[in-house]
Ligand binder design. Structure first.
Ligand SMILES: NC(=O)c1ccc[n+]([C@@H]2O[C@H](COP(=O)([O-])OP(=O)(O)OC[C@H]3O[C@@H](n4cnc5c(N)ncnc54)[C@H](O)[C@@H]3O)[C@@H](O)[C@H]2O)c1
Length: 361
């Protein structure tokens, strides 16, 4: 709550994307804050994710670019947020391999411009509000590079070694946030999280892609030998960790967030096939695992990521609520139960709606 007793305001960037929309929906459901949601609505942003908030007077959606300092400055002055929660990014590793420039523009320069606008706003706040202010930067475990099978999991002290253009751009943005803390004193927090899954994830990413292909009996393409290992976390567990970091995290610190749940890609796809087999005993595509096919590996594909989430657990008492299996069952069910969302994304209908309302982006 703010000093006046009314809910505080958060400026959230990228709140129409996968994790951002889950975070915004949960924040509003809990009445945790008024939300000003700044999102450019790239292909990954989808206002349908926020349909439940259509009549919510405490959710203000603004279509705009984090790199637009004037717009961000205006929003900050007008809404006087207590926190900025920064999700907006280009987020797909494969896209970064074939078109890295957008990743540098958004993740590096976009974050830089956002920080400049936030710094100006923060400089002008009275000291108690300066102390209260937080800039929470959402990042990824990919900044730490790749692990060998016996290596210990990534800790907050693991040196950065990004291997893809996506990871490099996120690493650069983390460094800019860190520098802003050390140079100017901005009260920042950084989180580095492992792979998320759950509702509203754009179906270019592994888990929704596999669910939707399997439901249609299409091949399930797995890179290389399928033995690349990732740590997986259900998105609402990530959002809960972020709320905790925002409320109680030590200023200037980084917190790693993960599900303590290392799985090979083959295990992930095998488990979701088994869930589908159970859900659809009469499906002609059963056993769905028959649909698995191996394709040429992604260039520079990191072999293994693993997160040591001990710090956030010790300091803030966070633990994931979902196991891999319980979270994955929820994710599969969500895609099965939301065919209209899936159809609008697959057909591009959500883009047409966007163009109608906002013109071509
Ligand atoms: N998805 C994961 O598994 C994962 C894991 C760890 C960290 N992260 C990080 O979490 C954040 C959110 O990831 P996600 O999977 O929800 O991404 P996403 O691609 O689903 O969403 C990104 C959102 O940012 C918006 N956006 C892009 N460029 C913008 C700009 N210039 N100005 C304003 N908005 C812009 C898009 O329209 C979209 O709504 C990212 O910073 C990502 O690096 C993601």
């Amino acid at each position: 709550m703010t000093r006046a007793g009314s809910p505080e305001t958060w400026l959230i960037t990228g709140g129409a994307g996968f994790i951002g929309s889950n975070f915004v929906l949960a924040a509003r459901e809990r009445g945790a804050a008024r939300v000003v949601n700044l999102d450019l609505l790239t292909y990954a942003g989808n206002l349908k994710n926020l349909a439940a908030l259509a009549d919510d007077p405490d959710h203000l959606f603004v279509r705009g670019d984090i790199a637009d300092r004037e717009l961000v400055g205006r929003l900050l002055q007008e809404h006087q947020p207590r926190a900025v929660v920064h999700f907006a990014a280009e987020s797909h590793v494969d896209r970064s391999i074939y078109g890295p420039q957008a990743f540098l523009e958004t993740n590096v320069m976009g974050t830089f411009h956002l920080l400049e606008a936030v710094r100006r706003y923060w400089d002008g706040l009275p000291p108690p509000r300066q102390q209260d202010f937080r800039f929470l930067h959402i990042s990824t475990d990919e900044v730490y590079g790749s692990l060998a099978p016996e290596d210990p999991a990534f800790a907050e002290t693991t040196p950065y070694a990004p291997n893809s253009p996506y990871a490099a751009s996120k690493a650069a943005s983390d460094h800019l946030v860190r520098a802003c803390r050390h140079t100017y004193g901005l009260p920042t927090l950084i989180t580095n999280c492992s792979n998320n899954h759950g509702p509203f994830q754009f179906p270019e990413k592994l888990i929704p892609l596999m669910i939707l292909n399997a439901l249609k009996g299409k091949p399930l393409p797995i890179y290389g030998d399928g033995l690349n290992v990732r740590d997986w976390l259900y998105v609402t567990d990530h959002c809960e960790a972020l709320r905790l970091v925002l409320a109680q995290g030590r200023v200037g610190e980084t917190y790693n967030i993960g599900g303590n749940c290392e799985k090979t890609n083959l295990e992930v796809v095998g488990t979701l096939c088994a869930i589908l087999d159970e859900l659809f005993p009469d499906s002609p595509h059963r056993p769905h695992a028959r649909l698995i096919t191996f394709i040429k590996d992604r260039p520079g594909h990191d072999r293994r990521y693993a997160i040591d989430a001990g710090k956030i657990s010790r300091e803030l008492g966070w633990q994931p609520r979902e196991s891999f299996e319980s979270g994955l069952s929820k994710t599969v069910r969500w895609y099965v139960d939301h065919p209209e969302w899936v159809a609008s994304v697959e057909s591009g209908e959500y883009r047409e709606w966007l163009e109608l309302h906002y013109g071509r982006g």
